[in-house]
Design a protein around this ligand. Structure first.
Ligand SMILES: Cc1cc2nc3c(=O)[nH]c(=O)nc-3n(C[C@H](O)[C@H](O)[C@H](O)COP(=O)(O)OP(=O)(O)OC[C@H]3O[C@@H](n4cnc5c(N)ncnc54)[C@H](O)[C@@H]3O)c2cc1C
Length: 330
C-alpha cells in the first residue's frame, strides 16, 4: 500500500481547481512514498480523464455510471471504496468541499481507518505523513498523523499549486464497472443556488458582507462593486443565518474556504470563525465603522467608515479607472 488516490470533483463540467491542486500535492507525496497517483472521476468523458493525466495522475478510474453523475453519498462511496482498493491507496485525498467533507468520513469508516478533515498542510516527518488543520474555531492549529491506513483527508482549496498541464504525460485510463449496489438514497429535488453566478471558490476577487450591512439591501451595493471588479459576492455567517442571502454565500469555518487575490470584507468584524475561510486571501481590504474591529489586524488596507458611503465611492472610482484604461488601450 503506497498509492495516493484523489477523489475528483467537477465544476460546471470541468475538473474543479481544488482537485487539480490535490493532484499536485499527491505527486509530491508519491515522490516521498514511492507510490503512484490515481484519480477517481465521476465522468466517462475521455477528455476529462486526459486532463487528469496531464495534471499528474498515473491512473484514472473513470465512472460513467449515470447514477453517479451528480453527487450521491451512497454511490460515490461504493466507487471510492473500490478505487481505493484498486489503487492500493495508503492515502485518499478529497477537497474540503460540501461533497468531500460528506464523503471522506464515510469512506474512512468503510476502510476501517480514520479521517482528518479541513487540512491546510501535509508534510512528511520520519517517514510519516502529518496533517495540519485549524481547531478551536480557527484560533489554533493541530497536527495529526494516522495509526491506520489508508489515511483519508480533506484539504482546503488554494493551499497547494496545481502542476502545469503536460499533454505528453502518459497514464492509464480504466473504467470502473457500474455493478455497485443500488443507492438507498433518492434525490427528490435539486436546487442550484446562485445559478449562473461565479463560484466563490474560483473567484479571484470577492466582496463579502457581514452584519454591518444591516439588511439584504446592503448586498446590492456590494454587487455593484463586485461587478466592477469582475468578482463574486460572499458573506459572513450572520447575514446567511438572518436570511439576507443564501447559505451558499457563507465563508468561514462552517462555510466555504476561499483564496482570492483580493478579499474586500465589508461590515465584517473579523471573528476567527470567519477568517478561517478567507485568511489565506492574498490581499484583504476591510471597510468597517469600528477602528478597533479585529478585521483590521488581518487586513493589508483598511477604511474606517460607513459602507454606504465608502462602497459606492469605491465602485465609481474602479469603474472610472477601468473605462479610462480601456480608452487608453483602444
Ligand atoms: C461553531 C461556529 C462556527 C461558525 N462559523 C462561521 C463561519 O463559517 N463564517 C462566519 O462568518 N462566522 C461563523 N461563525 C460566527 C462568528 O463567530 C461570528 O459571529 C460572525 O463571523 C460575525 O459576523 P459579522 O462579522 O458579520 O458580524 P459582527 O461580528 O456583528 O460584525 C459586524 C461588523 O460590522 C461593522 N459595521 C456596523 N455597521 C457598519 C457600517 N454601516 N459600515 C461598515 N461597517 C459596519 C461593525 O463595526 C462590526 O465590526 C461561527 C460561529 C460558531 C460558534
Amino acid at each position: 500500500m503506497s498509492g495516493v488516490l484523489v477523489i475528483v470533483e467537477l465544476a460546471r463540467g470541468k475538473v474543479a481547481a481544488v482537485s487539480l491542486e490535490l493532484l499536485g500535492l499527491a505527486r509530491r507525496v508519491a515522490a516521498l512514498t514511492g507510490g503512484g497517483v490515481a484519480a477517481l472521476v465521476f465522468s466517462g468523458d475521455p477528455a476529462t480523464a486526459a486532463a487528469l493525466v496531464a495534471h499528474g495522475a498515473d491512473r484514472v478510474f473513470s465512472v460513467g455510471d449515470p447514477a453517479a453523475a451528480d453527487y450521491n453519498s451512497d454511490t460515490w462511496l461504493a466507487y471510492a471504496e473500490r478505487a481505493a482498493a484498486e489503487a492500493a491507496a495508503s492515502l485518499v485525498l478529497a477537497g474540503h468541499t460540501t461533497q468531500g467533507a460528506d464523503l471522506a468520513p464515510r469512506l474512512a469508516f468503510r476502510l476501517k481507518s480514520a479521517v482528518a478533515t479541513g487540512c491546510v498542510a501535509v508534510e512528511a516527518q520520519n517517514g510519516r505523513l502529518r496533517f495540519t488543520r485549524p481547531c478551536y474555531g480557527g484560533n489554533a492549529r493541530e497536527t495529526v498523523s494516522f495509526e491506520t491506513l489508508p489515511a483519508v483527508a480533506t484539504l482546503r482549496g488554494g493551499i497547494y499549486d496545481a502542476l502545469p498541464a503536460d499533454a505528453s504525460r502518459q497514464g492509464e485510463i480504466l473504467t470502473l464497472g457500474s455493478d455497485v449496489p443500488a443507492s438507498r438514497l433518492r434525490v427528490v429535488e435539486r436546487h442550484r443556488e446562485n445559478a449562473g453566478k461565479m463560484r466563490l471558490e474560483d473567484a479571484r476577487v470577492i466582496v463579502a458582507g457581514g452584519r454591518g450591512l444591516n439588511g439584504p439591501e446592503g448586498f446590492r451595493v456590494l454587487e455593484e462593486l463586485a461587478g466592477a471588479l469582475g468578482g463574486g459576492v460572499g458573506a459572513s455567517r450572520v447575514p446567511c443565518d438572518l436570511g439576507w442571502c443564501p447559505h451558499s454565500m457563507q465563508i468561514g469555518l462552517t462555510g466555504k474556504t476561499v483564496t482570492p487575490d483580493l478579499y474586500i470584507a465589508v461590515g465584517i468584524s473579523g471573528a476567527g470563525h470567519h477568517m478561517a475561510g478567507c485568511g489565506n486571501a492574498k490581499t484583504i481590504v476591510a471597510i468597517n465603522t469600528d477602528p478597533e474591529a479585529a478585521i483590521f489586524r488581518d487586513a493589508r488596507f483598511g477604511v474606517v467608515g460607513d459602507f454606504r458611503k465608502v462602497v459606492p465611492a469605491l465602485a465609481a472610482e474602479v469603474t472610472a479607472l477601468l473605462s479610462k484604461a480601456a480608452k487608453d488601450t483602444s
